[in-house]
Design a binder for this molecule. Structure first.
Ligand code: HH2
Length: 259
């Protein structure tokens, strides 16, 4: 899954694709490099980010979505807002990726009757304050229980679990130790056998480990993506598609399969 952030303030690529044509070009390049899904985001969720209105998010998103939907891969829209979900699905999105886990009132209703894919992510708190003092007694157990609860909520709304992908939400209300524990236990987070997505690309945990700024974390991101795949991730959400693809090809060759 290749990341295209149409935002002024995303932590690693903010401002790079604010112009719709730049966003489209970025998506096209990622598809050429081997992305299977493009994830469009129009609101930053980095720690401390300020929320934007649904109208502003839709205004940023639509000019890019209208073009990217013609690419030969499905388009996911990264949003927490039911109103944005409805507009995205009406305009060609095939998947909704919600870092708030579809907990906003109306979020499940906004997506239930469509056929779209659903990424359900775990976050403790909300972006503005989530990194202040994250606390868990048992991070793996609590995140797994949350994800299973969301899968059940969807099933109660008549949504087939086959549409759902779960994601532990690396860096969303988590310390480095929490993130590492979740990465080690990734396979066990697959609630009811649903697919697992891992988003580690350029995240601050990699900065803590390597001492490098966001723009200089490509090697660490590729390593993290590969470790996530080895530990059961079915999808990886990345900024550096070409490099990640190369690493996956090596991994697949060693495993005796094709990437
Ligand atoms: N991480 C970010 C945003 N959306 N969605 C899922 N499912 N999983 C993630 O780990 C995830 C996500 C944050 O990264 P990024 O989009 O690069 O930055 P920003 O939120 O600042 O736009």
């Amino acid at each position: 899954m290749g990341i295209v952030n149409i935002t002024p303030d995303s932590f690693s690529d903010g401002g790079e694709a604010l112009d719709p044509l730049a966003g489209v070009a970025r998506a096209e390049t990622m598809v050429e490099q081997g992305a299977d899904i493009i994830d469009l985001g129009a609101e930053s969720t980095r720690p401390g980010a300020r929320p934007v209105s649904a109208a502003a998010e839709i205004d940023r998103l639509m000019p890019v979505l209208e073009r990217v939907r013609d690419l030969p891969v499905p388009v996911s829209v990264d949003t927490m807002k039911p109103q944005v979900m409805v507009e995205a699905l009406r305009n060609g999105a095939s998947m909704i990726n919600d870092v708030f886990g579809f907990r906003a009132p109306g979020a499940i209703d906004a997506v239930a009757s469509s056929e779209c894919g659903l990424c359900v992510m775990h976050m403790q708190g909300e972006p503005r304050t989530m990194q202040t003092a994250p606390h868990y007694d048992d991070v793996v157990g609590e995140v797994a229980a949350f994800l299973l609860g969301r899968v059940r909520a969807f099933e109660q709304a008549g949504v087939d679990a086959g549409r759902i992908v779960v994601d532990p939400g690396f860096g969303f209300g988590k310390t480095l130790d929490h993130n590492l524990a979740l990465l080690r236990a990734l396979r066990s987070l697959s609630a009811d056998g649903v697919a697992v997505l891992a988003g580690l690309s350029r995240k601050s945990m990699l900065g803590t480990i390597t001492g490098k700024p966001a723009g200089d974390r490509q090697a660490a991101s590729v390593a993290a993506a590969l470790l996530a795949i080895e530990r059961g991730a079915d999808l990886v959400r990345v900024h550096d598609v070409a490099a990640t693809r190369d690493a996956m090809a090596v991994y697949a060759a060693v495993q005796g399969s094709r990437a």
